[in-house]
Design a protein around this ligand. Structure first.
Ligand code: 3EB
Length: 338
């Protein structure tokens, strides 16, 4: 660049991001500031009109919201990178990838490809920081040919992709990994042009430090990620289960597992406030909670525990899905917005 060339103007605009949840699955008006819409309970496909993700997990009774709309201060454009479809602008990106996962398939190769595409996509643009990921695929605890579970292969492949893309040193995103009933690896994710702040739970061993006698490759995610957007604070809480230290608690007791998971989320919020001077209220700032349920017969019990623990105004959705450990019956994730 010579002295006379115009220099790119550094972006000083404040990026807003606001999430709204809705009871219906009605499509949002496709306004320029609509970053993404996420629908639950559909076939898990791309929509032709507008930019949306359909999560393939079945919605269970007791669910109060069925869609999420993510808004930013636009204008937003859509693009594609390899198998990824994304929507965004210089400061925020929401992406979706869906790969067929036939039987048999080399699952580790598939996941490595997916994450390499994700890191590649982010490195090609301005939104280099992965903040939050959602990962769904079939047969999560099934042993593969190598005797490792698909979840083990997932963790190994995610690590390999990070290494291949030199993304290892970055802050791990908040993440959810759940087994689905549809024959696809579905990943959707949020990224930004600035990193979030990782928050770990003092009651739980950090997943990336799980003893290597128990896991083949460490699960590379943060328990929670704080991210300011303009004047708003988001706190993305990862899939959270009934685990203390690194051990599952309350075997065969779904109610106690759910209570313990909720305790873990509350502890994480308190810890984030202590460490980072945020003022999140564990109840009032909870925009929505997702509850992944292994057995549909547990739904009434789960509804009763939620009714006892959450204000009845807190939007929730119950989704049928399998956890990565066979002894877990329930797992939750939370989105805080203040
Ligand atoms: C756990 O706490 C439960 O591998 O990215 C939850 C959320 C879990 C994310 C991941 C795994 C992951 O270890 C499992």
């Amino acid at each position: 660049m010579t002295a006379g060339d115009p220099k790119p103007i550094p972006s000083t605009a404040v990026c807003d991001l606001e999430v709204a949840v809705h009871e219906s699955t009605d499509r949002a008006a496709n306004t320029p500031d609509l970053l993404a819409q996420v629908y639950f309970g559909g076939p898990g496909q791309y929509q032709e009109k507008g930019w949306s993700v359909e999560s393939s997990l079945e919605v269970l009774p007791g669910s109060g919201f069925h869609s999420q709309h993510w808004y930013t201060n636009g204008p937003v454009t859509q693009g594609e990178h390899a198998n990824i479809r994304y929507s965004g602008h210089a400061q925020v990106l929401f992406g979706h990838l869906r790969l067929a996962c036939p039987e048999p398939c080399d699952f580790q190769v598939l996941v490595k490809q997916a994450y390499q595409e994700i890191y590649d996509c982010l490195q090609h643009g301005t939104c280099n920081y992965l903040l939050r990921t959602w990962n769904y695929f079939p047969g999560i605890t099934d042993p593969a040919a190598s005797q490792s579970s698909r979840y083990d292969l997932f963790c190994s492949a995610r690590l390999q992709a990070m290494q291949a893309c030199n993304a290892e040193s970055s802050i791990y995103p908040a993440a959810t990994v759940i087994g689905s009933q549809s024959p696809f690896l579905q990943i959707y994710f949020l990224a930004g042009d600035a990193p979030g702040i990782a928050v770990e739970n003092p009651r739980q061993t950090s997943a990336y430090d799980y003893p290597t006698t128990e896991v083949e490759a460490p699960p590379l995610f943060s328990r929670g990620v704080l991210k300011p957007w303009g004047g708003r604070m988001h706190f993305y809480v990862s899939g959270t289960a009934s685990i203390i230290g690194h051990e599952t608690q309350h075997l065969d007791d779904v109610g106690a597992q759910l209570n313990e998971s909720l305790n873990n989320v509350e502890t994480l919020v308190v810890h984030a406030n202590d460490r980072h001077q945020t003022r999140l209220n564990a109840q009032d700032d909870l925009l929505c909670i997702k509850v992944y349920v292994r057995h549909r017969r547990d739904v009434p019990h789960i509804q009763r525990v939620l009714a006892a623990r959450l204000p009845n105004t807190t939007p929730r959705i119950l989704l049928l899905g399998e956890m990565c450990r066979s002894d877990l019956l329930v797992e939750i994730e939370a989105l805080y917005q203040s």
